[in-house]
Write a protein that binds this ligand. Sequence first.
Ligand code: ADP
Length: 240
Amino acid sequence: MIKISNLSYKYKFSENVLENINLEINDGEIITIVGKNGTGKSTLAKLISGIIVPKNGEILIDDINTKNKKTKKELRKKIGILFQNPDNQLIFPTVKDDLEFALNNLEINNKENRIKVALNLVDMNDFYEKETYGLSLGQKQRINIAGILATGTKYIVMDEPTTMIDTIGKDKIHKIIKELKQKGYTFIIITNNSEELLLGDRIVILENKNIKKIINKKEIINNIDIFDECEIKIPSTIDI
Ligand code: ADP
């Protein structure tokens, strides 16, 4: 479980970007986080994944406090983050080298097997020896997801994971997210895409530094105004 308690955050020379956020995320759940530009979604994603740490309050990933410097490696094995631009997360020319790099950093053994299992989970089985150059952005993003899975994490934060990806690639990633949820993985997805928003079991709306509302997916039909409020197109399935 992820437990966010009384979380506030400010950047240097800024006022608070997030204020007194409280949220519990259950194992196997998908949470989508929406809100207008500048409402702190990316900041929250970085906080949950431990890239930055709260100024006030705390975030527990199972029993690990993201503020604890001594458990940084354990934290990386529990939670990973995927960013918008797939190219920014690929460093080495081949899939194998790229995915091994993260495992080496975390001193994880049995690398080849772990990477192959992870590639299988994102339907990229045949790409272990391949170069990343020339892959579509959707395929690159799937390699990045495999990189996170190979470390053994069960929590995955995604910050606008498909914004740069074409419709076919988007659909494929959404399908993989649903399959991984069935296997027990937990997702926190920042999005401004209406179809992606609907992946969430719960939809968290950020406004004015805080959580404005949390809506269960079943209730979405009674909360159509959130799409306008968050400047998101109404999903075609709901529109109909
Ligand atoms: P969102 O993802 O919802 O667009 P962000 O988390 O990126 O929101 O930004 C929230 C606020 O924090 C914005 O006002 C933004 O300008 C500010 N901000 C984001 N990153 C930094 C930074 N590195 N330094 C200072 N201010 C930042």
